[in-house]
Design a protein around this ligand. Sequence first.
Ligand code: ADP
Length: 295
Amino acid sequence: VLTVFGSANMDLVATVPTAPALGETVTGTAFRTVPGGKGANQAVAAARAGGVTHMIGAVGDDEFGAEMRAALDASGVGTGGLRTAEGASGIAHITVDGKGANSIIVVPGANATVTGLAPEDERRIADSDALLLQLETPMEGVIAAARAARAHGTRTVLTPAPTQPLPPELLDAVDLLVPNEHEAADLTGERDPHAAARALLALVPEVVITLGARGSLYAARGAEPVTVPAYEVEAVDTTAAGDTFVGALCTAYGEGVAMPEALAWASAASALAVRRPGASSSMPTRTEITAFRQR
Ligand code: ADP
């Protein structure tokens, strides 16, 4: 059983030939709304990968909130811990230009209310094998969740994104840190992933640094680092590759699968996701991941 504590945002995606300059209006070519947010995306990835997954977080009492809840339900994510807060849901206003470059405005909305744990949230965390955290909700809530996991013997996995300084109270309760190479460099000042992993092991017992098409690097205290290759696929859309990777990784981790094997499984899940357009809609099911690995 996995609990994901974190954000839910409605992504409002406008496609334009050229992004507008300040004061300028441009005509776009397409618009869509897609349920997203790192927390919700990771929960969907884990549930699709076949793990029993619950989400703790908040949506607003608006239409976006109802849509996001329904999307999580449809993906098999338990939403008993997803509160409906008064006011607007979190949104990400995304402009994608003709070259695929984007600019993004995030308005946290209901995510800003996720500042602590209700008693039933603590029970959910206690009953889970692993807790998965990111940093799109207020730090005080993330720390409370990590501490609850530590108190109940639940393994804590942190995706340190968006990058920000990690307080010692949080790091003390983290078992596995999963940054991408940019986040790892920001956190340590080391561009080389091996050097960054060594620096991060001073803070937490286990580290996985994801390296895009170059795979991932796993390091644990007292062991030789292991590089896990990515699968060679034609990348169509790498949005949420990292969220798919860590969601699938936590499903395997929660089921007691040993690390190099769990990483190979997560690599297969994310390779399948980058072959298809979309974020959560591109995340593969357990059947698809298993079939892909046996091909
Ligand atoms: P993020 O999306 O957080 O930046 P990465 O780009 O490091 O994360 O990707 C996470 C994982 O997804 C990688 O470790 C790799 O296994 C897989 N992946 C990402 N891009 C590709 C790609 N082009 N081809 C195959 N696998 C990929």
